[in-house]
Ligand binder design. Structure first.
Ligand SMILES: Cc1cc2nc3c(=O)[nH]c(=O)nc-3n(C[C@H](O)[C@H](O)[C@H](O)COP(=O)(O)O)c2cc1C
Length: 507
């Protein structure tokens, strides 16, 4: 039997050749059919409207003060809140060419991430535009999902599947789309994780599953779309996850359409990598999905704790933003205080799965205008939250600008107080997870970055994810040139000077 997942030459070449700049990102595709935002053309049986009642308070964003406010809600109210605040349209920017915003960022608002809901009976897709569930099938699919995951679902409340409609991004970014679609999906997973814990669920994220049964259950066309993670929602304290022992009954696949297939076929490298990341045989599933760390930490765990922040989670989700404005990206130029930045790092370390994620994902801070911290590169330590100086540079703003693909006219790095960089060891990842490791690490980086986005919003800062850095220059800046670590993401934080006028979209 062939396991493409272990043909590491595919993953290695894709990883190294499809950086924003290394690959011909903006390559002109002949066919560029534009997909509709938020809609798909796949047939559905009917639509279930979800409640438009305002979302109930969810407590403060910092987990140190978290409350579980979901207990008083019905299962449908909990699910509605979870879907809306993860993928629904929460904020409107007046006058912007990209006016609709979600709780999580998306490259150019292309919104490739899709959420499918699979309760014990039926299969549904969340439609963010109508705030409704489209029913794709009436059949119960849990036995199929149990085979795909290798565990029993008995006792679970529901299953969510995070998938990507890759053409939405590939239309502009060609083969590079797999990179940003998987980061975007990671943001959605981070958001799900935060919200699930507030709503009284225990969410388990499965990065390993057999792809074909999932594609067939959802009616996805594997050349255009791909499932990226299965999230099982267990009632609090009732996670079971026993190994599955019986077979599933063979099923008619839910019909998939061929829309955008010809368009996607222009992106051969992407399709090859997506295919090579898929798992086919039960032997490819890990014994147990990586035990996710759920450390409950309190402020007392951190000596000399810096200023906390009790911003309301719902407000934070609705105001989280990338600092989009009419000219590009800039900041007020006012330095941000180290005390607030330290508070952010401490709060990040207290997210239940952040320490586990940070074991694989390296986190660096580029400090440019931080009052109390010399301009330079710092390693962010999460086990005992601290910024450890790695190299000091007179003018980090200039160095970040030189390491950017984008002209200084559009991204004013000189005004920017600070940026985070996330790194991954690609050789280690490929050896550990096979080609699947690429999407796994991209999603983990996206999750960690989503927490940073929320914590920045809680302090009144924007947080702009960027892929437009020059890989080699940025790796040199972080001292990674002679290593197998690569920079997977950049997140710029600051205070916006010229934001759009914006509106809460309700709920
Ligand atoms: C994976 C990813 C990559 C992104 N890359 C860039 C980038 O290279 N340059 C940029 O200006 N913005 C980038 N963004 C920011 C998006 O354009 C921004 O999130 C989007 O406009 C939505 O705005 P909002 O986050 O305020 O809702 C990226 C976002 C994501 C999620």
């Amino acid at each position: 039997m062939t396991m493409h997942n272990r043909d590491l030459a595919i993953g290695r070449s894709f990883w190294l050749q499809t950086g924003y700049l290394r690959y011909d990102t903006m390559r002109d595709l002949e066919r560029r059919t534009e997909p509709e935002l938020f809609l798909t053309a796949s047939p559905y049986l009917g639509r279930v409207s979800l409640s438009l009642a305002p979302v109930r308070p969810l407590g403060s964003v910092e987990p140190l003060q978290q409350v579980r406010s979901g207990a008083a809600l019905t299962p449908l109210e909990r699910l509605t809140t979870l879907l809306y605040l993860t993928l629904g349209l929460v904020r409107y920017e007046a006058g912007s060419v990209r006016p609709f915003h979600r709780g999580a960022p998306s490259p150019r608002c292309l919104y490739a991430t899709e959420l499918y809901v699979v309760p014990p009976q039926g299969v549904f897709r969340y439609d963010p535009l109508m705030h409704a569930l489209e029913q794709r099938s009436e059949e119960g699919m849990w036995d199929v999902l149990e085979q795909a995951l290798g565990i029993t679902l008995y006792g679970a409340e529901s299953v969510l599947i995070v998938a990507a409609d890759v053409w939405r991004i590939a239309r502009l970014y060609a083969d590079f789309a797999y990179n940003i679609a998987t980061l975007e999906a990671g943001h959605a997973l981070g958001q799900l994780q935060v919200l699930a814990s507030r709503l009284g669920y225990e969410a388990r994220i499965h990065e390993h599953f057999l792809d074909r049964p999932v594609l067939e259950s959802l009616g996805l066309n594997g050349k255009v779309q791909t499932p990226l993670a299965v999230v099982v929602l267990w009632p609090q304290g009732a996670v079971k996850q026993e190994r599955v022992s019986c077979e599933s009954v063979p099923r008619q696949p839910v019909a998939a359409d061929t829309r955008f297939e010809q368009e996607m076929n222009q992106c051969g490298d992407l399709q090859k990598m997506m295919e090579a990341s898929r798992l086919t045989f039960a032997e490819e599933l890990p014994e147990a999905e990586q035990a996710q760390e759920h450390l409950v930490r309190t402020t007392a765990d951190f000596a000399g704790s810096a200023a906390g922040c009790e911003a309301d989670l719902l407000d934070v989700i609705k105001t989280r933003n990338s600092g989009n404005d009419k000219i590009g990206l800039s900041a007020t130029g006012r330095p941000i205080p180290l005390e607030q930045l330290s508070g952010l790092l401490q709060a990040l370390a207290a997210f239940p799965d952040a320490q586990g994620l940070a074991r694989e994902i390296g986190l660096y801070l580029s400090a440019h205008r931080v009052a109390g911290l010399a301009s330079g590169i710092y390693r962010c330590e999460l086990s005992a939250p601290d910024f450890e100086a790695q190299s000091l540079h007179q003018d980090m703003g200039l160095l970040m600008e030189q390491a950017s693909v984008v002209d200084g006219k559009y991204i004013n790095f000189r005004s920017i107080p600070a940026a985070f960089y996330l790194t991954v060891d690609f050789e280690r990842t490929l050896h550990q997870h096979g080609n699947r490791g690429y999407q796994i690490m991209q999603m983990r980086a996206g999750r960690l970055t989503q927490y940073l986005c929320l914590l920045a919003a809680a302090r009144g800062w924007y947080a702009r994810p960027l892929k437009s850095y020059r890989d080699a220059e940025t790796e040199a800046l972080l001292g990674l040139s002679q290593t197998t670590r690569t920079v997977v993401y950049q997140l710029v934080i600051g205070e916006s000077d010229t934001p759009y006028l914006e509106f809460d979209m309700g709920l």
